[in-house]
Design a protein around this ligand. Structure first.
Ligand code: ZN
Length: 288
């Protein structure tokens, strides 16, 4: 815990390593990188701090299906910082008539990964818009996904903490296969009921299903890519891609590994504990 506390240190001001960044980017940066740089530099003042005086410029990592979005979103409302999910940015751009929409539609329809350039461009636009509204701090979800993205981010702003959410692979698989969508209203549900008995000293795990209301129950469909085979492949690709990014932050002493002990009711209080936060304190600080 002492390591974590020193990791979650308080700081008075931002210390962007701008010089190193500029030196490196003079030779390699694209226009979008520099745009992100300027946007993030502006963005870092004034800094949003949590009740412990820590700067909240956090990143959430975790494989698909782990519930990363849920925890990132809960924490962002608790701490009053924006939850910025690059997946949402891509979806918003797609449904808009923005300049990148046609190109994005083509990439997504072909099932390809959206490039670093496009993601950085979207993130940069999002941060600028937030800055204009007086936002500060952030919890990033789905970014950085690659070492290159992590390096760009590091060059322009201090990431204070990277939370890596983990869940047992068998449970993750069951949760992904249990996903259902209501074909009528689009509601998301999960029919998987995880109930693993603890054995040989290892703890059990219970995760309740998220069952649909009666009017949705007969209209549930499964996404065609939520089969065991596809989910396993998705996890394999995720692990392969994310390991270097995890290592990047681990080597900088910024990675907090958090093994989810179950569903939200079990995990949320433990996550707050691991972050050295508690609900009560955060609410008091928000009211002050
Ligand atoms: Zn429905």
């Amino acid at each position: 815990m002492a390591v974590l506390k020193s990791l979650l240190r308080s700081r008075g001001s931002t210390t962007c390593s701008s010089l190193t960044y500029i030196r490196r980017t003079l030779s390699t940066a694209s226009e979008t990188d520099l745009k992100l740089s300027s946007s993030l530099n502006h963005m870092s003042l004034p800094l949003r701090k949590d009740p412990k005086g820590r700067i909240v410029q956090w990143v959430f990592l975790g494989c698909p299906g782990v519930g990363k979005g849920t925890y990132a979103s809960r924490l962002s409302s608790l701490l009053g910082v924006p939850h910025i999910a690059t997946g949402d940015l891509v979806r918003e751009e797609l449904s808009s008539s923005g300049p990148l929409a046609p190109k994005l539609a083509e990439i997504v329809n072909q099932g390809k990964l959206v490039s670093d350039e496009i993601i950085i461009n979207l993130l940069s636009k999002r941060l600028e818009a937030g800055e204009a509204k007086g936002e500060s701090g952030f919890i990033l979800d789905g970014f950085p996904r690659t070492i290159r993205q992590a390096e760009i981010l590091e060059g322009v702003t201090d990431i204070d903490l990277v939370v890596n959410l983990k869940l047992r692979e068998d449970v993750l698989l069951a949760k992904c296969i249990g996903r259902r969508i209501c074909s009528d209203c689009g509601g998301n549900y999960n029919v998987a009921c995880i109930d693993i008995k603890g054995e040989n000293g290892s703890p059990g795990m219970y995760m309740a299903p998220l069952l649909p209301p009666p009017h949705c129950a007969s209209k549930l469909i499964t996404r065609s890519d939520d089969t065991e085979e596809v989910v396993k492949e998705r996890l394999r690709i995720y692990n392969e891609m994310s390991q270097p990014v995890e290592e990047f932050y681990r080597s900088r002493g910024k990675l907090l590994e958090f093994n989810l002990p179950g569903g939200i009711p079990e995990s949320w209080p433990k996550l707050l504990q691991a972050l050295n936060l508690d609900d009560h304190e955060v609410k008091q600080s928000a009211a002050a």
